[in-house]
Design a protein around this ligand. Structure first.
Ligand code: MN
Length: 664
């Protein structure tokens, strides 16, 4: 046992009133941000945080992380929730515990560098809405990307937590890039910038216990700010890693409440509370109070999210991350992307190509957004490259990275890749070396003019400035100008119960036998067919509009008789899965019978058309930009000619192979 942890066996009591530890370990709880982001695709709803908020406020956390990362994006895009409103709402329940957020430096809560005016207003409004601690990181560890936000954080009287992304090129700390000196140098830079605390962000769970001991000890010996460790469980090492960090004197660690812990999330809090009980690092937390919170979560909240857990694997530990150094979120994105493209068999090739792409792109750490940038480019290379040409489809974000728009990479980008990516790049073919945001024009005024009166306040304006397409869509819904789609509405515990029963019946085949044929309504000619997947089983479901809300007219496991429902089911009370409406095509139906089509090489969302009907276009020129897995892909004209038809609108979802435009 280290000098830092001493146990006095006589002092062990569960209750909160036990004597305070000499060097109490402080805890930041991540359940309400990174926890559900890691395990439940960031789908946690505010209404499901409220039942435990006041009880969590009593625990004595150093901070609770409630915002930032992917929450802003997911809330407005998929949950129909205003991210700003969540802050204000939760603040009413958390009266004592400071709020912490994850700020992606100049990327804020998005995936690119925003202009300085947007960054400043974002921080200011975030503090106004209740934020107190800004965990600020940059995906390239290029702290020039902090220069705009940090002075505003400080001016607003908030806590600036400087973050260093933990990355490796070797199996353990060391090597030529990410060695101990690298991290100490970065920590000194943060101290000089006025960091109130320094966080090591081990987003992929790569930090090994003895490396943690070495690193934390060196940091404690060399810099003054509080030292905070954030290490994901993914690889299974994090509880051991945290324990060695505690022995080395780490001030604060990040954990989750049990239902939000493990897998690609974080170590659970409760075992630490017990393990440290009576030591000089005792958290002082009331284990009974924690158990009561967990019970509420287990019974009243988590059943609504269980279906989002990645249930393709039994193991809670992913050893692939040790081999490929990919953070959990990135891994599931890659798998989803490949699955949507019907190319899941290519995962092995993706693993092989990944380190090569990463090295060519400057050996950058893999964290949002660089994990997506490297990941999606890797998928594009595997799917679209030919034996004689690599980087055939370069995403807009890789072009930006090659230009220097994200900052300085850890090692220089491969000159050949850089040259190819920047050929014809709109900002110029010569990369920049200055602070990236210096080349960005102010964006607020333009955003203000574009969104007009649809933005009622600065918060709305920021939502639009950060996410022009989906942000605008959300604001239209928020102010009743567009209908809120059913897919964003919350489900209730009763819905879950009904779904479970229906799935159970479907599995047993009972749904088919117990049907009285007389009660089956006629299938109208308006009935539409949907493919529904329930835990790997495929059902063909017909939905017929009956005086408003869609009801199920038949649900048939496939293979089944195709047109007439051979094994029909009674109208079900609740649809088993939210069914996504295919994008409505522009009216009148354009003629796509002749000419050369521009097709979607992947499923995604139309961002914008660069060319419109009547425009002439040269082969290779960008016709339309689609977003897939948050990366923008410019689709080139396969032939020269005149645009004869464009078939979708900005914001529409498209499937692989859909015709997006016709050239004649
Ligand atoms: Mn994290």
């Amino acid at each position: 046992m280290s000098e830092h942890t001493q146990v006095k066996m006589t002092e062990m009591k569960y209750d909160k009133d036990r004597p305070a530890a000499k060097h109490r370990l402080m805890i930041e709880d991540l359940s309400l941000r990174d926890g559900h982001q890691s395990l439940f695709a960031t789908r946690g709803r505010t209404e499901d945080m409220i039942p435990v908020a006041e009880k969590m406020d009593e625990i004595g956390f150093w901070a609770v992380e409630v915002w930032g990362g992917a929450t802003f994006d997911t809330m407005h895009r998929f949950l129909g929730e205003d991210p700003w409103e969540r802050l204000r709402t939760l603040k009413r329940y958390f009266k004592k515990t400071p709020f912490s957020m994850l700020l992606r430096g100049q990327n804020l809560v998005g995936y690119r560098n925003y202009a300085d005016d947007v960054a400043k207003l974002f921080v200011k409004k975030t503090v106004d809405n209740g934020m107190e601690i800004f965990r600020t990181f940059d995906a390239l560890n290029d702290f020039r990307n902090f220069e705009t936000v940090v002075p505003v954080i400080k001016e607003c009287g908030a806590h600036f937590q400087g973050c260093i992304c933990y990355s490796l090129t070797e199996p353990r700390i060391g090597g030529e890039v990410y060695n101990l000196e690298y991290y100490l140098k970065k920590a000194k830079e943060l101290e000089d910038m006025g960091a109130d605390s320094i966080c090591i962000k081990d987003m992929a769970g790569l930090m090994a216990p003895y490396d943690a001991y070495k690193l934390i000890k060196a940091l404690k010996d060399n810099v003054k700010p509080l030292i905070h460790l954030h290490s994901h469980f993914t690889s299974g090492m994090s509880p051991m890693t945290h324990f060695k960090a505690i022995e080395a004197g780490v001030d604060i660690i990040d954990t989750c409440l049990t239902p939000y812990a493990y897998r690609t999330s974080h170590a659970a809090l409760e075992p630490f509370v017990m393990s440290l009980l009576g030591t000089n690092r005792d958290t002082g937390f009331d284990i009974n109070a924690l158990a009561r919170i967990n019970e509420i979560l287990e019974k009243e909240v988590l059943p609504k999210y269980k279906h989002l857990l990645d249930d393709t694997k039994v193991s809670v530990i992913d050893i692939n991350v040790l081999l490929h150094q990919t953070p959990g979120g990135m891994l599931s994105n890659l798998v989803n992307q490949l699955r949507e493209m019907d190319a899941l068999d290519k995962i092995g090739e993706v693993y092989k190509e990944l380190p090569r792409v990463r090295k060519e792109l400057g050996q950058i750490p893999l964290v949002t957004p660089t994990s997506q940038i490297v990941g999606i480019q890797t998928v594009n290379n595997v799917l679209f490259d030919t034996p004689d040409e690599r980087y055939k489809m370069v995403t807009a974000q890789v072009k930006d990275l090659c230009y220097g728009l994200y900052g300085k990479t850890s090692v220089p980008i491969d000159p050949e890749v850089q040259k190819k990516a920047l050929k014809g790049y709109e900002r110029g073919e010569e990369p920049i070396t200055c602070r990236p945001a210096e080349v960005l024009e102010p964006e607020l005024e333009k955003a203000k003019q574009e969104i007009g009166s649809l933005a009622a306040d600065d918060e709305d304006l920021i939502t639009y400035a950060l996410f022009p397409v989906t942000g605008k869509k959300y604001l239209m819904q928020k102010y009743g100008k567009e209908q809120v789609p059913d897919s964003v509405k919350p489900i209730t515990l009763e819905d879950v119960e009904k779904q479970n029963k229906m799935i159970e019946k479907l599995r047993k085949g009972e749904l088919v036998e117990k049907i009285n044929p007389e009660s089956i309504p006629e299938k109208s000619e308006n009935a539409r067919t949907f493919n529904v997947f329930v835990e790997g089983e495929y059902f063909e479901v017909g939905v017929d509009e009956v005086g408003g809300a869609p009801v199920i007219t038949y649900a048939a496991p496939v293979p089944a008789a195709p047109v007439a429902p051979a094994a029909p089911a009674a109208p079900a009370p609740a649809a088993p899965e939210p069914v996504k409406e295919p994008a409505a095509k522009k009216e009148p139906e354009p003629d796509v019978s002749a000419g050369t089509p521009v097709t979607a090489p992947m499923p995604g969302m139309v961002i914008k058309y660069e060319k419109n009907v009547g425009d002439s276009v040269n082969e290779g020129e960008t016709v339309v930009v689609i977003e897939a897995m948050k990366m923008e892909n410019a689709l080139p004209a396969p032939a020269s000619g005149v645009i004869k038809a464009v078939t979708y609108n900005s914001g529409d979802s498209v499937a692989k192979g859909d015709v997006l435009a016709m050239i004649e």
